[in-house]
Design a protein around this ligand. Structure first.
Ligand code: HEM
Length: 368
């Protein structure tokens, strides 16, 4: 086991506990990176101004730097610090937090969810992006095309992708850009979310490429993490048949803490600093184990027990600090609505075979 294999291991949590016992922030000789595993170290790393989301010598991964996927990547708030993150974020964040849960329920309810593994796949991997597309004013048919293209585009974010996948990601980025430009030019667009984002964006920037990239970023950020949350909630029901499946919101809230779809993120040290008593140097890489911090008894009482009605639940699943997920409320609403629709079909969950999708940080079951 190592902290990266852990993301898709059957049960990484005893290993995470061992890492925390060895110290919250420790150098891993095999992986040649620092590993933050305690809640205190994770919080400190995510809050530190010198811990950046990209290495300074490689703002865009070399493998994609020459194409459209790299161009989009280089403008995402997720991948930038300073003004290039703060300004577009200030335009995007307020509207995402205000989305009406009834609208999300109606959008999810309007989609046909079919029983069986194919239906689950579509509900997990197509539905959430279609909801975000609809909230921005795209038609259902456009939403379906965008969810397919997003699947291709996100391949550029994973170091596990091969050249064919990276080539497809460039093509998808180009096409996603086309959809977003068309949307902005559409005089009949009635999306309050899009109008708010455009209005706030115009206050600080005239660079339409940044806006386009970050609208595409909403799809790519939604795609795998929300699929994983829905899938891990289904796994919780399979593993614990005694759970009350009527308490869907509570189930989703505890699953995101207990068995998160995003297990880790990374930070790159940009200037000398000291974190949790450990001196760090420029060029150091830190693997931030969000999923381990959630199980730290310093953060949550009795952290290894799955409690639907957990009082004062605390979680790092959506990050913390300046890059904290602005889509958290929306993601939880989409996941709850989707799980509700899936459970209405009374699916036979037991016979489903499944495995985790290969990933260095995502814990996302694929049902077969
Ligand atoms: C269960 C679903 C989701 C999970 C677990 C999740 C988790 C995260 C995490 C951990 C980060 C911070 C990464 C870091 O600091 O290194 C993040 C950032 C982000 N997320 Fe989410 N996310 C989810 C769904 C969504 C959705 C639905 C949206 C929007 C529609 C979204 C939009 C974003 C954006 C734009 C960022 C970048 C923020 C920034 O860097 O300032 N996420 N997300």
């Amino acid at each position: 086991m190592n902290p990266i294999i852990a993301a898709t291991h059957a049960d990484p949590y005893p290993y995470y506990a061992q890492l925390r016992a060895e110290g919250g922030l420790v150098f891993h000789q095999g992986l040649k990176l620092w590993v933050a595993s305690s809640a205190r170290a994770v919080a400190a790393v995510l809050a530190h101004p010198h811990c950046h989301v990209r290495p300074s010598h490689e703002p865009v991964p070399k493998a994609i730097a020459q194409g459209m996927a790299g161009k989009v990547f280089g403008q995402l708030i997720r991948m930038n610090e300073g003004e290039r993150q703060r300004c577009p974020r200030a335009a995007i964040e307020p509207g995402l937090a205000l989305i009406d849960v009834n609208e999300v329920n109606a959008l999810v309810g309007a989609r046909l969810i079919t029983p069986g593994a194919d239906g689950l796949y579509a509900a997990m991997f197509r539905g959430p992006v279609c909801v975000v597309a609809a909230l921005l004013g795209f038609s259902p048919a456009q939403g379906r095309a965008i969810s397919e293209l997003t699947a291709d585009f996100v391949a550029c974010l994973s170091p596990l992708s091969d050249q064919a996948q990276l080539d497809a990601a460039h093509v998808a980025a180009e096409q996603l850009k086309g959809y977003v430009i068309e949307l902005q030019d559409d005089p009949s667009n009635r999306s309050a979310l899009l109008a708010g984002i455009r209005q706030r964006f115009a206050v600080t920037s005239t660079d339409s490429e940044i806006l386009i990239a970050n609208l595409i970023g909403l799809f790519s950020q939604t795609f795998e993490a929300t699929a994983g949350l829905i899938g891990n909630a289904l796994l919780a029901l399979i593993r614990n048949p005694q759970l009350d499946s009527a308490q869907v919101d509570d189930l989703i809230a505890e699953v995101q803490r207990f068995d998160p779809s995003v297990q880790n993120t990374r930070r790159f040290v940009a200037a000398p600093c000291e974190i949790d008593g450990v001196p760090l140097n420029p060029g150091d890489v830190i693997l931030v184990l969000l999923a381990s911090a959630n199980r730290d008894p310093q953060l949550n009482d009795d952290p290894d027990t799955f409690l639907l009605d957990r009082p004062n639940r605390r979680s790092f699943t959506f990050g913390a600090g300046r890059h904290q997920c602005p889509g958290q409320v929306l993601a939880l609403s989409i996941a709850s609505a989707t799980l509700t629709e899936i459970l209405k079909m009374k699916p036979a969950l037991d016979p489903l075979a499944w495995h985790y999708r290969p990933s260095l940080n995502g814990r996302i079951p694929l049902f077969a």
